[in-house]
Ligand binder design. Structure first.
Ligand code: GLA
Length: 640
């Protein structure tokens, strides 16, 4: 009989076939076990159902005890820590939005890696035996720039966001083609953790198009979503927010029985769920830090549970609006007030993952709804107040322009989103510098076309600030041709309300000098993306701090970390307004008007040795940055 040797062992043809068969079978098993998101829940019959006054899972009564943690607001290295803390609080479900603007930064360019690896997040939830309610939007509100919609949508001047306008539906379809196929294998029926999927977000408060909710629902179903569908609305939105085939849920902070009766009337004999039980609130620059005390909160949560309702704590852990991702609150048209960088939210788990009084009280409460003891509390992350760091070098804004995209010439002012940058997707975030020549001083009138704030310079000399309140500025007289520069900051787009279509930034129309319309602009886009920050860092243009810095400008220093890097907070006491980058990562904006006084620096974003700190500052510095081991969110006010 024919035989040959495998690893030195002589085998017959039959034996070799058998070996091949075994190897193939083993490979199939390994593939199954590594490619499927969840393998321990193989014998599934029926997922989450809402067929009577309470939910069932696997045909047994089930109560959702949920908490929101947004993967895009928490450093990836801490996802597991935060989820374990959620579990140890007695919660069984994690809920998250999906931020379209981060996943599709340019039309047709998708990013689901690293910090945005949604599949890894879902896999982790499954590993920790947590259920997931996915809230894929496409609009998510969430105190997030434009409620998570990509700003390039606004390049179309006829755009009607959150409607069945074809320019919008086409973009949603393209995004959902990418997103939904990633999450389908993580559904309950596929062995995954997703037990429900939310259709849009609080559409009842927007309700500009009767067809729209149906479109979004079909966009999910046609791409393979099979789990329970939900909608989520505040009391006023309930009437118009629903869509046939999806369970309506309610959002609130104070419990009112009449709201529940209202929900019952709209939707009798269905499980009741508070999809967003607001555990705290968000803050605005120039305002106070909102707190919602544990004493106020606990009786409400207790009552919700007594009423046999399901609950999701929004937020369980807020995290941070890193970068330029904060949203804004509309305060009339077009004025808005931007949200701060921290999204601590006064939630049960703090911005840096600390337990709060609320956490402990809730844990005690939820423990009564479990038959088994709750898991031990995971240990806290260590914190450190590093020694103050003295700034070593500076580089003026004007010198930094060499490292930005090529400027663009235009007779008329052009808004950020319509600039021919980023492969013709426009500029999304940050600052835009508009320059033009002037021959006289006089009254500069913004005609309220500045979104949102501009520092004004004549021949690089600071003249003043224009914003929604101040629309006129006296420019000094001078001889000959001079350069007028407007450094316009997009402070964050409105994320809630009816004005989403009007969220274009930069100069959105004409400005005048002595009633003459200004023309012939040179426009620099300064979105301060990592590429730009890296080019800056390695440039030879930096000057020593012995030479007087000019403002606005970049300042750099090294933070030396001699042991394992720990979490910390940056304090910029002698500075006025700007942005901080650590090792190229944008930590977010700071502003001396507060309330927020410290920026969260996650330990995993630091390394042993020298860490590069770059600060972009608009107006002043005391030349050093300080660190603190606990945050300062400013003067507090109780949530009303
Ligand atoms: C609404 C939205 C959330 C969030 C909260 C306030 O309920 O659905 O995304 O904006 O308000 O924090």
């Amino acid at each position: 009989m024919e035989s040959s040797s495998v690893f030195g062992v002589r085998l017959s043809l039959k034996q070799r076939y058998f070996l091949l068969l075994c190897i193939t079978a083993a490979a199939i098993i390994v593939y199954q076990f590594t490619s499927r998101p969840k393998l321990t829940r193989m014998s599934r019959v029926e997922g989450l159902r809402a067929d009577s006054s309470h939910f069932t899972l696997e045909r047994k009564p089930f109560r959702i005890l949920g908490g929101s943690i947004h993967y895009f607001r928490v450093p990836r290295a801490y996802w597991e820590d935060r989820m374990l803390k959620l579990k140890a609080c007695g919660l069984n479900t994690i809920t998250t939005y999906v931020p379209w603007n981060l996943h599709e930064p340019q039309r047709g360019v998708y990013d689901f890696k690293d910090q945005l690896d949604l599949e890894a997040y879902l896999r982790l939830a499954a590993k920790l035996d947590l259920w997931v309610i996915l809230r894929p939007g496409p609009y998510i509100c969430a105190e997030w720039d434009l409620g998570g919609l990509p700003s390039w949508l606004l390049r179309d001047h006829n755009m009607r966001l959150r409607t069945t306008y074809s320019g919008f539906t086409k973009a949603v379809n393209a995004f959902f083609d990418q997103l939904i196929k990633k999450v389908v294998p993580f559904q309950y029926s596929e062995g995954g953790p997703i037990i429900a999927v939310q259709v849009e977000n609080e559409y009842g408060s927007y309700a500009k198009d009767e067809e729209y909710m149906h479109f979004i629902k079909e966009a999910l179903l046609s791409r393979g979503i099979t789990e329970l569908l939900l909608t989520s609305d505040n009391k006023e939105g309930l009437k118009l927010g629903g869509v046939k085939g999806a369970l309506e849920t309610i959002n609130f902070q104070k419990l009112s029985l009449s709201d529940l009766t209202h929900l019952d009337a709209i939707q009798p004999q269905k499980p009741k769920m508070v999809m967003e039980y607001w555990s705290g609130w968000f803050d605005l620059w120039g305002g106070l830090h909102h707190v919602y005390t544990a004493e106020d909160m606990l009786p409400v949560v207790t009552e919700i549970l007594k009423l046999d309702m399901s609950i999701n704590l929004y937020m369980f852990h807020g995290g941070t609006n890193f970068g330029f991702m904060n949203g804004a609150l509309a305060v009339g048209v077009p004025a808005s007030k931007p949200m701060v960088t921290s999204y601590d939210y006064d939630a049960p788990l703090s911005e840096a993952g600390d337990y709060t009084t609320k956490y402990h009280l809730l844990r005690n409460l939820f423990s009564h709804y479990h038959t088994q003891p709750l898991p031990e509390l995971p240990p806290l992350q260590e914190r450190r107040a590093y020694q103050p760091v003295v700034m070593q070098q500076h580089l003026s804004l004007w010198d930094s322009l060499h490292f930005a995209d090529k400027p663009f010439k235009s007779e008329l002012p052009v808004n950020m989103e319509n600039l021919p940058v980023n492969n013709n997707n426009g500029q999304s975030y940050g600052y835009t510098l508009y320059e033009t020549a002037i021959n006289s001083g006089g009254t500069l009138n913004s005609k309220n076309n500045i979104r949102d704030r501009a520092l004004v310079f004549v021949d690089k000399q600071f003249v003043g600030v224009l914003d929604y309140k101040v629309q006129k500025l006296a420019l000094p007289d001078g001889k000959g041709k001079r350069t007028l520069s407007l450094l316009v900051e997009n402070c964050g787009r409105v994320n809630y309300g009816k004005t989403l279509d009007e969220q274009r930034k930069g100069l959105v129309g004409d400005i005048q000098l002595n009633q003459h319309l200004l023309r012939d602009f040179i426009i620099h886009s300064l979105d301060m993306k990592p590429g730009f920050v890296n080019r800056l860092e390695s440039s030879g243009h930096w000057m020593s701090m012995r030479q007087r810095p000019s403002f606005p400008g970049f300042f750099q220093a090294k933070l030396h970390v001699d042991s394992y890097p720990k979490d910390t907070f940056i304090k910029l006491s002698g500075w006025s307004k700007g942005v901080v980058f650590i090792n190229g990562k944008n930590l977010g904006r700071y502003w001396s008007i507060g309330p927020q006084q410290t920026l969260y620096v996650p330990g995993p974003w630091l390394h042993r040795g020298a860490n590069q700190v770059i600060v972009f500052e608009e107006q002043e510095t005391d030349g050093k940055i300080q660190f603190a081991s606990s945050p300062d969110y400013g003067m507090t006010v109780d949530v009303q």
